[in-house]
Design a binder for this molecule. Structure first.
Ligand SMILES: [Zn+2]
Length: 167
């Protein structure tokens, strides 16, 4: 995890498109399709890379799961806490009119430092700004594991970046 200025991955390394922070409904995020697993997912248990079915997403919206499991980092804490803080602070920061998305993310992370959070939830919250779940044309560029874990927990809304191309 980086601090201060942001390390933005594939999501931001292209020339031309703009990555814009958005608050989105988790239930309406694209399917995560974590299988077949990538080499770096080899250590993850089957349950951690299972795609969350539309039925299960709806069920978990009604019956949310809180707290963490010890299977992997992605399921290791309460995404409701991390996400709701990111959503609230992004909305507050956006009201200030900041258009530069790096600066906006920086302001949200900075505001989050004044909030008392357990270690996992802080890391999860900051990950949503520093290494955002990123979507382009309804496909994941980054963040499928976190999106999947949030779907499995029944989180309502979260912060992602969407890639917008200038006309
Ligand atoms: Zn897991």
């Amino acid at each position: 995890m980086t601090h201060g200025r942001f390390q933005r991955k594939a999501c931001a390394s292209m020339i031309g498109p703009t990555n814009v922070f958005r608050v989105v409904s988790v239930a309406s995020l694209p399917r995560t399709s974590l299988l077949p697993r990538r080499a770096e997912d080899e250590h993850l248990p089957d349950a951690c890379v299972r795609t969350i079915s539309p039925w299960r997403r709806r069920y978990r919206q009604a019956v949310p799961l809180r707290g963490g499991r010890d299977c992997c980092w992605y399921h290791g804490g309460d995404w409701h806490v991390a996400s709701s803080l990111a959503v609230r602070l992004l909305r507050e920061a956006a009201r200030g009119g900041e258009a530069d998305q790096d600066e906006l993310g920086y302001q949200v992370v900075t505001a989050g430092r004044t909030v008392d959070l357990p270690g996992w939830e802080r890391k999860a919250f900051e990950s949503l700004l520093n290494d955002p779940i990123c979507l382009e044309d309804g496909e994941y560029i980054n963040g499928r594991h976190r999106a999947s874990a949030m779907m499995a927990a029944g989180v309502r809304a979260t912060v992602v970046q969407v890639v917008l191309w200038e006309e």
